[in-house]
Design a protein around this ligand. Structure first.
Ligand code: DC
Length: 226
């Protein structure tokens, strides 16, 4: 909790497709807090590394250079959250499937984690924020006031992501999405730095058979009781 504002830091970690974004946004709105999508930050680094002049976006020097001049801003445009990376709107580009895989690879790099952890802690210093990601409760905010780990079966998560991509008119099959999901789970859980896992003091919620409203109610009840 911020001493100045008395507002909480709430973390929501979990694998891709567990429903974190929808729930985190709704929770932040309900509490009058800001919502911070830290996955979008890793995705933005992936976009910048790929769009540079060097052919290998995972090259250490490329990533160091990207991180050294990284400027990320979330702005609210007519009620819609947009992400600017070094002044360029990357909101649409960061959602492409190839960027999902590259962001996962980029997020295993120490230089990237260090830089983004710094930015995230600075945003969280004032409290009043819901942080969504993979290592929010374990590494970035070990002293967060309330921690959740939102999970769901790989099949449910793949189906949700597939329907989302189809709605955005991406040409994908369920099987492709499912394979990519399994691979990303493996990368995110097995990397050495800040691997995806629930914090010891996180409340684990399985959203496989729950509606958004049910997950939200459960979280609000827990926040009220803590
Ligand atoms: O939440 P997402 O799917 O948009 O995240 C994209 C990638 O970024 C994900 O594969 C893992 C990584 N990530 C991370 O390592 N740490 C975070 N706090 C958030 C995301």
């Amino acid at each position: 909790m911020s001493r100045e504002t008395g507002k909480l830091v709430i973390t929501i970690d979990g694998p891709a497709g567990a429903g974190k974004s929808t729930v985190s946004k709704a929770l932040a709105q309900h509490l009058g807090y800001i919502y911070v999508d830290t996955g979008a930050m890793y995705r933005a680094v992936a976009v910048l590394a790929r769009n540079g002049e060097q052919p290998d976006p995972l090259d250490e020097e490329v990533l160091e250079e990207v991180c050294s001049r990284l400027d990320l801003q979330f702005i609210n445009l007519n009620g819609e959250m947009r992400l600017l990376a070094n002044g360029k709107d990357v909101t649409t580009e960061i959602r492409k499937p190839e960027i999902s895989s590259l962001a996962s690879a980029v997020s295993a790099k120490a230089v990237v984690r260090r830089r983004l952890t710094n930015i995230q802690r600075r945003i969280g210093a004032a409290g009043g924020a819901v942080f969504e990601g993979r290592d929010m409760g374990t590494v970035v905010f070990p002293d967060a006031d309330v921690k959740f780990f939102l999970d769901a079966t790989a099949e449910v998560r793949s189906l949700r992501r597939y329907l989302e991509l189809k709605a955005g008119e991406e040409e994908v099959t369920y099987e492709e999405v499912h394979q990519q999901m399994l691979e990303r789970d493996r990368n995110d859980q097995s990397r050495q730095l800040a691997p995806l896992k629930p914090a010891a003091d996180a409340v684990v919620v399985d959203s496989s058979d729950l509606s958004i409203e049910e997950v939200l109610r459960l979280m609000l009840d827990h926040i009220a009781a803590s």
